[in-house]
Design a protein around this ligand. Structure first.
Ligand SMILES: [Zn+2]
Ligand SMILES: [Zn+2]
Length: 194
């Protein structure tokens, strides 16, 4: 597995969500008996679009472009994983406040996210955040996530489409993803404007 620093480089900053993702990846690897997904054998359905999703891409190889990562903006720190080879699957749900933020960090967070923090407040927030990240990384995964059964069916393998030209905008699109009106292809954005 890649290091936490690799995920920080990809994501742009170190944060609690990324640390949760590191622990999640470790746990999933152990529970489903797998490693980095070169192809599409591991599928992830995320129930949030938070920082944690970036860690899943780096550590587990489930990526938006390969069709083995589905991101839902449901605001729940919950992730389902499916091993297509073995048929095994698991849903991991973050236990609320398993590693609570110190009160000072919660207060400073509001100031920092309002964009009005001073340099000293920023520095202090970063310091507290680094400690929080270390605490998460040092916590056993089973204290961070509840293991549940998956409720959704395993998504289909990414389909291969042929390229066609939209008869309205003249731009290239995929045949399986556009409409046919009067025998001519029309891309989704153009259909919405008709
Ligand atoms: Zn982040
Ligand atoms: Zn079009």
């Amino acid at each position: 597995m890649k290091s936490f620093a690799d995920a920080v480089a990809f994501h742009g900053h170190s944060c609690g969500g990324l640390a949760m993702g590191y622990k999640l990846a470790e746990y999933v690897t152990e529970l489903l008996g797998l490693s980095f997904s070169e192809d599409e054998e591991l599928v992830c359905i995320a129930e949030t679009d938070s920082c944690t999703v970036d860690a899943i891409q780096v550590f587990l190889g489930c990526t938006a472009g390969k069709g083995n990562l589905f991101v839902n903006k449901w605001g729940k720190t919950a992730f389902s994983f499916y091993n297509r080879k073995t048929g095994k699957s698991v849903r991991l749900v973050a236990i609320p406040d398993a590693v609570p933020r110190p009160a000072e960090m919660t207060e400073l967070r509001k100031v920092v996210f309002s964009g009005k923090a001073t340099e000293a407040e920023h520095a202090r927030y970063d310091e507290l955040s680094d400690i929080h990240v270390e605490e998460i990384l040092a916590t056993p995964a089973e204290k961070l996530f509840e293991v549940k059964e998956t409720t959704e069916l395993v998504p289909m393998k990414a389909r291969m489409y042929d390229n066609v030209i939209c008869s309205v905008c003249g731009e290239q699109t995929a045949d399986g993803l556009c409409g046919v009106i009067d025998g001519k292809y029309v891309c989704i954005p153009c259909m919405r404007r008709l």
